[in-house]
Design a binder for this molecule. Structure first.
Ligand code: OGA
Ligand code: MN
Length: 286
């Protein structure tokens, strides 16, 4: 197994692993170790079935079934489909799963540990892939904070909320979707620490994101807005980011504690994009 950095501070490409196989324990342990340490792992040229995608993901623990049930696969509901493809008048997946910096499920009490995304169709223009995914290391960003800032942030908490962003995005995309109170009640606001500790490495990470964080608890509105803005800008400084250009057959696993990510929506039909991902269950944030 060969490991190569994707960027200086985080991200690793692993070669010579075939995810369609039932991996032996040593190989799997080496992958998990790299994943925890490097936050984003890339495997290229994979060819996996739905069942194999789920089987590999299950090695990392239990899986989530996404709250947007219309975009999960019927036979394997652990697989959430991201696509702009429409079949029989119906979208087969979520069209833009996050054109803004976020971490998955930060708006739930126990957010997901990470996701494992498999690319099946990648849009292109003039031979250049479109629909890149950017990642930012909130661990590297934390390490680079001044001591004063680290102290200021320690103990602060922030509110995270799902539907605000979801509705804003859908409306911007021309949708007139309405969310029932019942559905809204499935994802009430949650409060998370602004600095969280990685459950496997103990590394401290900045845990706010422009997607779902709506404010800092017990802080005046404008002060909270300014502080969040400063943190978002800090986390996404070029030296803490990696931009992934997709190839068909890529499997990318990311860590939702130690990274933020953002989709790039720079393509449209007939340029087709089809991805599917599993979502790893996480543990209580601390
Ligand atoms: C996701 C996500 C980004 C992308 O699946 O959670 O944000 O580029 N995807 O599709
Ligand atoms: Mn996401």
């Amino acid at each position: 197994m060969k490991l190569q950095p994707l960027s200086p501070l985080f991200g690793t490409r692993i070669e010579d692993v075939d995810l369609s196989q039932d991996l032996d324990n040593d190989t799997f342990a080496a992958i998990e170790k790299a994943y925890n340490a490097r936050s984003v792992i890339l495997f290229r040229n994979q060819k996996i079935t739905d069942a194999q995608h789920v089987r590999f993901s299950r090695r990392l623990g239990e899986l989530e079934i996404h709250v947007l049930r219309e975009f999960v696969k019927p036979v394997h509901p652990e697989l959430y489909v991201l696509s702009n493809i429409v079949e029989n008048g119906k979208p087969i997946g979520i069209k833009d799963a996050g054109n803004y910096w976020h971490t998955d499920l930060s708006y739930t009490k126990v957010p997901s540990r990470g996701s494992i995304m498999y690319s099946i169709e990648v849009p292109h223009k003039d031979g250049v892939p479109l629909g890149d995914t950017q990642f930012a290391s909130t661990a590297a960003a934390y390490n680079a904070l001044s001591e004063t800032m680290k102290q200021k942030l320690a103990g602060l908490k922030a509110v995270h909320r799902f539907w605000d962003r979801y509705l804003r995005e859908r409306k911007a995309a021309g949708s007139d979707v309405v969310i029932s109170d019942e559905r809204r009640a499935q994802t009430p606001d949650v409060v998370q620490p602004v600095i969280r500790t990685h459950p496997f490495t103990g590394q401290k990470c900045i845990y706010v994101n422009e997607g779902f964080t709506v404010g800092i608890v017990d802080m005046p509105e404008d002060e909270s807005r300014d502080l969040l803005k400063e943190l978002y800008a800090h986390c996404t400084r070029p030296e803490f980011t990696y931009r992934h250009k997709w190839q068909v057959g890529d499997v990318v696993m990311w860590d939702n504690c130690a990274t933020l990510h953002r989709a790039t929506v720079d393509f449209a039909l007939p340029q087709r994009r089809l991805m599917q991902r599993t979502t790893l269950k996480g543990t209580e944030v601390f």
